[in-house]
Design a protein around this ligand. Sequence first.
Ligand SMILES: C[S@@+](CC[C@H](N)C(=O)[O-])C[C@H]1O[C@@H](n2cnc3c(N)ncnc32)[C@H](O)[C@@H]1O
Length: 292
Amino acid sequence: MKNTGDQRLSRKLHTYAPDWLRILVTWINLKRIAIAGLILPKKCFVQIKPNSVDKMDYFPGIRDEIRSYNHDTSMAQKSLAVDGNRVIMLRMMLRQIASLPGGDYAELGTYRGISARLILRHMHPDAELHCFDTFDGFDNKDTSAETIAVRNRGIEGAFSDTSLKRAKTYILDGKSGDDRLNFHKGFFPDTFKGLEQHSWRFVHLDPDLYAPTLEGLKCFYPRLVPGGVMLLHDYYSFFAGVRRAANEYFTPRGIVVLPMVDKAGTGIVIKPTIDQFATHSDIANRDFAVVN
Ligand SMILES: C[S@@+](CC[C@H](N)C(=O)[O-])C[C@H]1O[C@@H](n2cnc3c(N)ncnc32)[C@H](O)[C@@H]1O
């Protein structure tokens, strides 16, 4: 593992600093959570950097990366930009998912491309990323359905302050092109036509609303490879239609959605690798070999 700046500084301190300074620094170090807790507003709490950040060697420059997502966001959408937990979890997952034997990556709801940029950076180098969006904000058909399904108001016209060109430039981060990046501009599920034979290892569902979430589940979940991962952004957020669609789709299938500890309460579903259609009683009555 590489030495971080923190580690180098602490070694120097240990070797050269006088005792009183070492004791003071150790004291501040031990008390920093309490100190930060006093300073922060009630809504915030202190999260110690997870061990994985240092130990798994997955995260060179993680703080700069988190800050970099602030660059092209809007007031309507600050969740990835200011949410370190979300960035860390996505990066960790993408590394693990890359080891699956196959499947492409998809995102429904790309907007200005913040999460797509993260996916493209950390996905399997030989796979493709498919981004689906109107690039023109919510469609009226979906917002009308939303009002009926969960009575969310004030969402008409949201996320229209983008374009395919703008998202592409941001996702590519200065590169002129990338053959692995594909765009499907228009109303989903219409834009899914022609992709029925694709299989997916990672799907980021982030269209915010009931109707496109349900359509996304119908199109992508059956085509997720065994062990493939689907993320449902906003599973626990203001956008109640997401949870409604997910529960409607997964509950009858006996599949639970696990909440992630990011700000918008993303839900995670992992496609079972075996026994996909086994019932509880099938499993309970199975003869397990006992090995002594
Ligand atoms: C919250 S934004 C996505 C944010 C993006 N994933 C990120 O983190 O940077 C939601 C996007 O879903 C898109 N969307 C919602 N319903 C859609 C539909 N039926 N077809 C295509 N795009 C849709 C909207 O246009 C909007 O850009």
